[in-house]
Design a protein. Structure first.
Length: 86
């Protein structure tokens, strides 16, 4: 995914919703674990560490989301990022 637009990859192509969700969930699970193990890590170190872990951590989450879809769950991207009230 692009640093400028998380919904686009480096080439500017749209990233599938399932992949966006998998990466978001995987990062949310990984980040506290990483910060506990590396409390002194700065933003650049976190970014580099996530880049090396992203595929490994996202794959099982993506597989679980795909399995849910196959069982009839619908995963729909929000039309708007967030409401102004949120």
């Amino acid at each position: 995914m692009s640093d400028e637009d998380p919904e686009r990859d480096a080439e500017g192509n749209a990233v599938p919703t399932i992949l966006m969700m998998a990466r978001s969930i995987a990062r949310a699970l990984w980040l506290p674990e990483f910060k506990a193990a590396h409390p002194e890590a700065g933003p650049e170190e976190i970014k580099a560490a996530w880049k090396s872990e992203r595929y490994i951590r996202s794959k099982p989450v993506r597989q679980a989301l795909k399995a849910l879809e196959n069982r009839g769950f619908q995963i729909i991207a929000p039309s708007d990022r967030f409401d102004e009230d949120s």
